[in-house]
Design a protein around this ligand. Structure first.
Ligand SMILES: Nc1nc2c(ncn2[C@@H]2O[C@H](COP(=O)(O)OP(=O)(O)OP(=O)(O)O)[C@@H](O)[C@H]2O)c(=O)[nH]1
Ligand SMILES: [Mg+2]
Length: 182
């Protein structure tokens, strides 16, 4: 098995949607232990993707930074992006377009996964339904269809699934970028 594969996974989205909490749960840290992120943070975790031992390097940015102000280095070498919002926060959903524009400005054909977090919150308070989020994905003019995952960092719902998908899409992205004449 190849053990030399390192994939850079980044997350973006408004402040407070749960980007750090999602990373923390995947990194087996206790939910509720994170503070608002200042600047940029990262951790690594090894998983097996399509029979390859793969090291995910998960980068976490502070969403309170104004759009366009995240350092460009954050995006350099990224293999997959988790675009995050919270299902109880309409603003975080409508700001997805701005985040997507920023990703497109800073990267080329970067695979994106849409993550709607906090689904543990009472159903009545879900301002953004699964249909709405999937509709947003369909509307995007990207090379590949953007997958959508509803997650809860609080209950650990779908968190591992998101990162395995990120590993898979990230691996394909990396293999394509490493091809000569590409
Ligand atoms: N109910 C619920 N609360 C959550 C969930 N995920 C995160 N939170 C809470 O939402 C708040 C913000 O979470 P963070 O993980 O700090 O959010 P962030 O996106 O990293 O925010 P910035 O670092 O400011 O960009 C915290 O109080 C978390 O405990 C979730 O799945 N369900
Ligand atoms: Mg954070």
């Amino acid at each position: 098995m190849d053990t030399s594969i390192v994939l850079k996974i980044i997350s973006v989205g408004n402040s407070g949607v749960g980007k750090s909490s999602i990373g923390d749960v995947f990194n087996s840290r206790e939910f509720g232990s994170v503070c608002m992120t200042i600047g940029i943070d990262f951790f690594t975790k090894c998983i097996v993707v399509e029979n390859n031992h793969t090291k995910l390097q998960v980068w976490d940015s502070a969403g309170q930074e104004r759009f366009g102000t995240i350092y460009s280095t954050y995006y350099i070498g990224a293999n997959c992006c988790l675009l995050c919002f919270s299902v109880d926060d309409e603003q975080s959903f409508s700001d997805l377009d701005k985040w997507k524009r920023e990703i497109e400005q800073k990267t080329t054909d970067l695979p994106i996964i849409l993550v709607g977090n906090k689904i543990d919150i009472l159903q009545e308070k879900h301002l953004i339904t699964k249909d709405m989020a999937e509709e947003w994905c369909k509307k995007q003019n990207t090379k590949f269809q953007i997958p959508y995952f509803e997650t809860s960092a609080k209950n650990s719902t779908n968190i591992n699934q998101v990162f395995y998908e990120a590993g898979t899409l990230g691996l394909h992205h990396k293999m394509k970028s490493n091809k000569p004449n590409k």
